[in-house]
Design a protein around this ligand. Structure first.
Ligand code: GAP
Length: 547
């Protein structure tokens, strides 16, 4: 039941995001481009505010952290050095007859879609019920998911005796097979079991759309990086990649920034920027995209002090999240047991999304791996001379610094923020049914800080309202609205998270006061126009989050 409510809530957030201009599917008029999204007029504002919150917290509040903006294209050797060319992979398969290459997971996804096509024959009610059930299954642990496979595969089993009404649909046996395959594929991908993926392709009789045969090679790994041709490069080495993380742009600029900024260890370099990954499973709206944005910071420390700084950043980053007022139980750390070869500690900050606890941010202790690799591949020294004195009174001298990385997905943070803020409030009284949809965004993040309304469209009220707006708009993003009844205008602003609505009425013309209405409490108070900037400014100040 809880899962069903969560699914419902998630669907509502997605449609709300579209309806109010936060997020649209990319190229929607051409049926969209899978796992690529555009931010609309309010989405762009919210996204910018999240970026500002991060930049201020990381760069402006730390004297020893500076920000850069490195290019998306980088020398191809960067990705060789970083390990992405050899180790950043997904599974692929070739058809021996057509000589065509496919992603194994996509072939299986097409097969799943084929089996799910039978859902069109379900009654709308049962289709919705099935989709909830499917989400529930996919949200289970690996063992939990695996335990369902037998009953999806054969004609009998627990499911036939269960309370699920959709099993009466004549098409159920196809759909059930689709669900079995979806679960089996996810588990095989997760455990990187390439032989199992091949077995699924064979067992489910997947054929090549060109040759129509099932004469397949084994499944091999395929690199997740997007590549393109770079005209000016020397012959034979003109393939460049769209960066799959922003971090490498920081590593290759380590010495440039350290020298030009006269930075002393410990110090950090931060940046916000696009990253691209040809993801295998790109689902759940903006949770996993093929083009996304990261906010990353690499903190360079003395070898031996890495553990201390790792703990510092782990705590500091969770504090950043919680300052937004999110219920603390919605967050948790997930410490990695199995570490990447270059890391000596790693943790994820996870948030409880409607589909379960998922990673929003990673904090990684990356040792001296990246700088050492770049030193080796570029032939340029990546060392720092530390003239502070050690315990023996001697300078620490030359070394390759160790690195603590904090890496947060901006789009995931955006999704988290929307989910967290979205609320459908029942305002019914004994006399009247009423409700409102509310985005309870922190005022500093809200796209509009102030909405200005003239009570009516006449008697000089619009002019007075415009005057107020013209004064406030230098400091705050404001919106002016005069259409519809005031109540309706309030509701529209509640739905996009505007913390303050200011209404200009006839009294305003006489005594220069207005009513200011607070989004969350819906309380209204009469205040002097001269006090507005102070009231709004205090509530939306970054100080409320950063002090
Ligand atoms: N430099 C380290 C790094 O890139 P990562 O765990 O692969 O580490 C960091 O990514 C963060 O980027 C994740 O915690 C997540 O928030 C975000 N992220 C990664 N892949 C993503 C995708 N396909 N779509 C949206 N966000 C993604």
């Amino acid at each position: 039941m809880a899962q069903k409510n969560n699914d419902e809530q998630f669907k509502n957030v997605i449609s709300h995001a579209k309806e109010y201009g936060f997020v649209f599917q990319s190229s929607e008029i051409y049926d969209g481009l899978s796992a690529v999204y555009d931010y609309g007029q309010l989405g762009a504002e919210l996204k910018n505010n999240i970026k500002t919150y991060w930049w201020k917290a990381m760069v402006q509040m730390h004297e020893n952290i500076v920000g850069i903006d490195s290019a998306i294209f980088m020398h191809p050797k960067v990705w060789k050095a970083s390990g992405h060319v050899d180790g950043f992979n997904d599974p692929m398969i070739d058809n021996k007859d057509s000589k065509k290459r496919y992603r194994a997971d996509q072939l299986l996804e097409n097969k799943i879609d084929e089996l799910y096509a039978e859902l069109a024959n379900f009654s709308p009610e049962n289709k919705a019920k099935f989709e909830n059930f499917q989400q529930e299954i996919l949200g289970l642990s690996d063992e939990g998911q695996a335990s369902w496979i037998p009953s999806f595969k054969d004609g009998s089993g627990i499911l036939e005796n269960s309370e699920y009404p959709f099993i009466d649909e004549p098409s159920w046996r196809f759909v059930k097979k689709g669900l079995a395959l979806e679960v089996e594929m996810n588990l095989a991908l997760k455990s990187e079991n390439l032989a199992q993926l091949k077995d699924l392709i064979v067992d489910y009789k997947v054929i090549c759309p060109i040759s129509k045969t099932s004469n397949w090679t084994d499944v091999r790994q395929f690199n997740l990086m997007f590549s393109t041709q770079f005209g000016a490069m020397a012959e034979g080495s003109d393939e460049v990649y769209l960066r799959p993380e922003t971090a490498q742009g920081i590593f290759v600029n380590f010495l440039n920034v350290q020298k030009s900024g006269r930075m002393k260890i410990p110090f950090g370099i931060a940046q916000i920027g696009k990253a691209f990954r040809n993801e295998v499973i790109a689902r759940q709206f903006i949770m996993r995209m093929r083009e996304f944005e990261q906010m990353e910071m690499q903190f360079f420390v003395r070898p031996g002090e890495d553990k201390k700084w790792f703990e510092y950043w782990k705590e500091a980053r969770l504090k950043w999240h919680k300052a937004l007022g999110t219920a603390p139980e919605k967050y948790r750390y997930h410490d990695h047991v199995k570490l990447a070869h270059y890391a000596n500690a790693a943790t994820d900050i996870e948030f409880e999304f409607p589909f379960g606890f998922k990673e929003v941010e990673g904090i990684h202790s990356r040792t001296d791996f990246d700088l050492t690799q770049h030193q080796e591949f570029s032939g340029k020294k990546m060392q720092y001379f530390d003239n502070d004195l050690n315990e023996d009174g001697k300078p620490y001298g030359n070394y390759v610094p160790y690195v603590i990385e904090t890496s947060i997905g901006l789009d995931r943070m955006f999704l988290l923020t929307m989910i967290n803020a979205f609320e459908e409030q029942d305002l019914s009284t004994e006399d009247k049914q009423d409700s409102r949809t509310l985005l309870r965004l922190h005022p500093a993040l809200a796209p509009y800080k102030v909405a200005v309304f003239p009570l009516t469209k006449k008697d000089g009220l619009p002019e007075k309202a415009r005057q107020i707006m013209d004064e406030l708009k230098f400091d705050f993003n404001c919106i002016y609205e005069e259409k519809d009844a005031i109540g309706k205008r309030y509701r529209r602003q509640d739905a996009v998270g505007t913390p303050f609505c200011i209404t200009v009425d006839h009294q305003s013309l006489e005594d220069n006061t207005v009513t200011i209405r607070h989004r969350d409490s819906m309380n209204q108070e009469r205040v002097a126009i001269a006090d507005l900037a102070g009231i709004v400014g205090k509530a939306v100040s970054w100080k409320t989050l950063l002090a």
